[in-house]
Design a binder for this molecule. Structure first.
Ligand code: NAD
Length: 416
C-alpha cells in the first residue's frame, strides 16, 4: 500500500537526491513536508434541487522561491496524498525550469463526466470561493489539470474577481485569451517537449532530421510534439496511438492527415495505409525517439529492457517507473524526465501570469522564442548536472531543482 502511495514516492525521491547533493538533514526534512494544506467540504446545488457535499484540497508544498503554482484536478479518485505528491512535483518542475515559483496542487473528489455544465460551474465557483483565502497572484496561482480546462479557469477568475470587486486575471493561468490568457499556451507543452528533444539530439550528436519517432498518446501533448517534430524538425513519425490502439508505417505518417482522420473518426486507428499496432508494442519499436504522452507507469521493469529507442522524452507525467529508470540508464537509453520535458506548459503559464501582471500582451513569436530559450537552457543545465554527478537525467534534474529550493530556504532563514 505504502509502496504505491504517491506521496511516499515523492518523499523517497527527496531522500535519494539529498544524498547526491549532500543536503543537510534539517533542510531535507523541510523539503519533505508540505507547507500548507487546506481541506474544504462544501455544498453544491445539483440540477434536481438536492444539495450535495463535495470535498476538495489545495496543498501548497513550498513557496521559498515565489508564489505557488499548480493545477486543479476533478476526479473521483483524488486523495490528499495524491495532491501532496503532485504539489511536490510542481515545486521541482518550477524550480528546474528556474521559474520564480513554488509548487502547489488542488483537487476535488467528483465525477465531472456525470455532472452537467451548470453543476460544474457551481462546484467550481464554490470551490474557488472556499480556497480564495489562500490563492491569489502573489500567493498561489492555479491552472487546469485532469478534467478541468480554460472554462474552469474563467469561472475561478470571475469568482475571485467578484470577491475582490475588480478583475484579477493573474489569479489563474490557462485562461481563454479573451480574458487574459496567453498566446501559445495551448500548444506549449508539446512545443516545449520538441525543443528539449532537439537540444538533446544535438548534444548527443544524433540527427533529428529523418530520425524515426513513436508517440504514445495523441492528445494535447502528444499530437503537438508529433506534429512539430515532423513539421519543424523533419523527423519521421512512424507510429502514434491513443486509448483505442495505435498505427504504424515504417515510411512515416503525415501528422496533418492523421489529425484530420482523428478529428473525423475520434481515433487514430483505421488510418489508411497504416498497420495496426498495440500500445505495448509501440513502446518496443525500433525507433530513434520514443515519446510517452499518455499515462503514468507505461515503461516498467517488465518492458524497459525491450525499449530500443535511444531517446525517451517524457511528455506525460510519470510514464517511467523507478525500476525501469535504472534499466534504461544501464542500457544507455537517454531519458528526458517529465519535470523537464513537459514543463513547456507551466513555463507559458508563467508567461501568462507575467503578461497579466503587466497588462501587456505578447505576440505568439515572443512567447515561442522565450519558451525556446527557457527550455534549451534548462535542458543544458540538466544534462550538465547528470554528467557532473554521474547520474541519469532525472536525478540530475532533481539535483538542480532541490538544490535551488534548499538555497532559497537557507538564504531566507527560518522565521522568526
Ligand atoms: P489528453 O487527454 O489531451 O490526451 C491523452 C491521450 O492519451 C489521448 O490521445 C488518449 O486517447 C491517450 N490515452 C489514454 N489512455 C491511453 C492508453 N491506455 N494508451 C495509449 N494512449 C492512451 O491529455 P494531455 O493533456 O495530452 O496529457 C497527456 C499527458 O501529458 C499526461 O500525463 C499529462 O499529465 C501530461 N501533461 C500534459 C500537459 C498539458 O499541458 N496538456 C502538461 C504537462 C503534462
Amino acid at each position: 500500500m505504502a509502496e504505491n502511495n504517491p506521496f511516499e514516492i515523492a518523499k523517497k525521491q527527496i531522500d535519494i537526491v539529498a544524498k547526491v547533493i549532500n543536503l543537510n538533514d534539517g533542510v531535507r526534512d523541510i523539503l519533505k513536508s508540505p507547507k500548507r494544506e487546506l481541506t474544504v467540504n462544501f455544498p453544491v446545488r445539483m440540477d434536481n434541487g438536492d444539495y450535495k457535499v463535495f470535498t476538495g484540497y489545495r496543498v501548497q508544498f513550498n513557496m521559498a522561491r515565489g508564489p505557488c503554482k499548480g493545477g486543479i484536478r476533478y476526479h473521483p479518485q483524488v486523495t490528499l496524498d495524491e495532491v501532496r505528491a503532485l504539489s511536490a512535483w510542481m515545486t521541482w518542475k518550477c524550480s528546474v525550469m528556474n521559474l520564480p515559483y513554488g509548487g502547489a496542487k488542488g483537487g476535488v473528489i467528483c465525477n465531472p463526466k456525470q455532472m452537467s455544465r451548470g453543476e460544474l460551474e457551481r462546484l467550481t465557483r464554490r470551490f474557488a470561493s472556499e480556497i480564495s483565502p489562500i490563492i491569489g497572484p502573489e500567493i498561489d496561482v492555479p491552472a487546469p489539470d485532469v478534467y478541468t480546462d480554460s472554462q474552469t479557469m474563467a469561472w475561478i477568475m470571475d469568482t475571485y474577481s467578484m470577491q475582490k470587486g475588480y478583475s484579477v486575471p493573474g489569479v489563474v493561468t490557462g485562461k481563454p485569451i479573451a480574458i487574459g490568457g496567453s498566446e501559445g499556451r495551448g500548444e506549449a507543452t508539446g512545443r516545449g517537449c520538441m525543443y528539449v528533444i532537439r537540444e538533446a539530439t544535438k548534444r548527443q550528436g544524433m540527427k533529428l532530421k529523418g530520425a524515426t519517432v513513436a508517440v504514445q498518446g495523441f492528445g494535447n501533448a502528444g499530437s503537438v510534439v508529433a506534429h512539430l517534430l515532423e513539421e519543424e524538425q523533419g523527423a519521421k513519425i512512424v507510429a502514434v496511438s491513443d486509448s483505442k490502439g495505435g498505427i504504424y508505417n515504417k515510411d512515416g505518417l503525415s501528422m496533418k492527415k492523421v489529425m484530420e482522420h482523428k478529428n473525423k473518426t475520434g481515433e487514430v486507428s483505421g488510418f489508411p495505409g497504416a498497420q495496426k499496432i498495440s500500445n505495448e508494442d509501440l513502446l518496443k519499436l525500433d525507433v530513434d525517439i520514443l515519446v510517452p504522452a499518455a499515462l503514468e507507469n507505461q515503461i516498467t521493469n517488465k518492458n524497459a529492457s525491450q525499449i530500443k529507442a535511444k531517446l525517451v522524452a517524457e511528455a506525460a507525467n510519470g510514464p517511467t517507473t523507478p525500476e525501469a529508470d535504472e534499466i534504461l540508464f544501464k542500457n544507455k537509453v537517454t531519458v528526458l524526465p517529465d519535470i523537464l520535458a513537459n514543463a513547456g506548459g507551466v513555463t507559458v503559464s508563467y508567461f501568462e501570469w507575467v503578461q497579466d501582471l503587466q497588462g501587456f500582451f505578447w505576440p505568439i513569436e515572443d512567447v515561442n522564442s522565450k519558451l525556446e530559450a527557457v527550455m534549451s537552457k534548462s535542458y543544458q543545465a540538466v544534462a550538465d548536472s547528470a554528467e557532473k554527478y554521474g547520474v541519469n537525467n532525472r536525478t540530475g534534474a532533481y539535483a538542480i531543482a532541490v538544490d535551488r529550493v534548499a538555497t532559497a530556504i537557507r538564504l531566507r532563514g527560518i522565521y522568526p
